[in-house]
Design a binder for this molecule. Structure first.
Ligand code: ADP
Ligand code: MG
Length: 373
């Protein structure tokens, strides 16, 4: 009995073409629970597809081990070829065979001796009953992606890898398929890894989400924990779209270009994270006044006041329904600021940007909570 479906143990990888260059995956440790749907979230080029290729057996790690259901599939002494790993894949571009009809596409991955009852069941489950004779070009985008799911799930894979599977679909179909995915995996008793560059998608349906940047894992947590306690300035910015303000120590407070911050009161019962109170490890960033820190604040923590001599200029404006999201440029920084519908600010207008008194900030590297004065 194993407690994990897939684990990475100190996995490093770099493409042969890039022998002297940066690692694509750098020292990854990660374990997935059986039945879990794990989101893999990161900007383009962060190594998401490479990670799936390592699991599937299309790439070899330079160092480290990958274990699937208790069996080492890649490591210093072991290598299990792709076709024996029990891994299914679904890609962004469906990858169906254009010259095979739906039924034959769906049965394509079946091994000798595997019956087609499961294919019939999957086609029905995914709403494709009665479409056996159709060719891929006779199906809609959503139906093609459903067929790709049937084909990947037909051989009963232990793990299904999904590489941005919804990005080519229109919004309605995308939302519907992504809502159905967790239940589908559960009914098939399969763990899943969903790669996406869209934080909303990952947070909406995954049990846990791993956030990657440049092949490095910043955090792997439940959606709620990621939102409440981002582990780095990168996670805060990429997942929550927080603004990053440079901050330096000034006495007991932090100085940012838009106002001062002071340590937020700790909720009672939680250990104090103020420098010095937790020992020496956290202390240096707080003690050295010249050290630049990152104060992360949400789009509603900044206020804008029209002012022809102000420190900021509106450079973009998006309609949100209940208000506007303004892009504002100030002292070389771009800020995202939410303002009410009644705001008179328009593109190119100058204004003064300042922190809303009492607004919360999370300050990295150590992630302490501060509050605008
Ligand atoms: P993502 O899926 O997150 O966009 P990838 O895993 O595709 O990222 O790529 C990670 C990094 O590896 C990128 O810098 C990319 O340019 C590089 N890379 C991807 N495939 C290859 C390859 N076949 N040869 C060399 N470098 C590659
Ligand atoms: Mg990719």
């Amino acid at each position: 009995m194993t407690q994990t479906s897939i684990s990475f143990e100190n996995v490093w990888h770099r493409y042969p073409a890039n022998r002297a260059g940066a690692w694509t995956v750098a020292g990854l440790d990660l374990a997935m629970a059986p039945g879990e749907l794990l989101g893999l979230l990161g900007p383009s080029g962060s190594g998401k597809t490479t990670l799936l290729r390592l699991i599937a057996g299309f790439e070899r790690p330079s160092r480290g081990r990958i274990v699937i259901h208790g069996r080492e599939v890649a490591g210093p002494r072991h290598w299990l070829p792709a076709e024996r790993r029990g891994v299914g894949m679904v890609f962004q571009d469906y990858a169906l065979f254009p010259h095979l009809n739906a039924w034959r596409n769906a049965c394509f991955g079946l091994k000798r001796g595997q019956g087609s009852d499961r294919v019939r069941w999957l086609l029905e489950l995914l709403g494709l009953a009665g479409m056996d004779e159709r060719y891929p070009h006779q199906l809609s985008g959503g139906q093609r992606q459903r067929l790709a799911l049937v084909r990947a799930l037909a051989p009963e894979p232990a793990v299904l890898l999904l590489d941005e599977p919804f990005s080519n679909l229109d919004v309605e179909v995308r939302l519907r398929l992504r809502r159905e995915l967790p239940d589908l995996l559960k009914r098939c008793n399969t763990s899943g890894i969903l790669v996406t560059h869209d934080p909303e998608e990952a947070l909406a349906i995954c049990h846990r989400v791993a956030v990657l940047e440049g092949g490095r894992l910043h955090q792997c947590d439940t959606p709620q924990a990621l939102v409440e306690r981002p582990a780095s300035a990168f996670v805060s910015r990429f997942v929550l779209q927080a603004n990053r303000l440079p901050a330096t120590r000034q006495g007991a407070q932090l100085l940012t270009p838009f106002g001062m911050l002071q340590a937020a009161p700790q909720p009672s019962g939680t250990p104090s994270l103020v420098a010095g109170a937790t020992g020496t490890q956290d202390a240096p960033a707080m003690q050295d006044a010249s050290v630049m820190q990152d104060a992360m604040v949400m789009s509603d923590a900044i206020q804008l006041d029209a002012d022809p001599c102000g420190n900021a200029r509106v450079v973009g404006r998006e309609f949100l329904g209940q208000g506007w999201l303004l892009q504002v440029e100030s002292q070389g920084q771009e800020l995202r600021v939410r303002v009410p519908l009644s705001s008179p600010l328009v593109i190119d207008q100058r204004c003064t940007a300042s922190l809303v008194p009492g607004a919360l900030a999370q300050v990295f590297p150590d992630g302490r909570a501060f509050q605008a004065v």
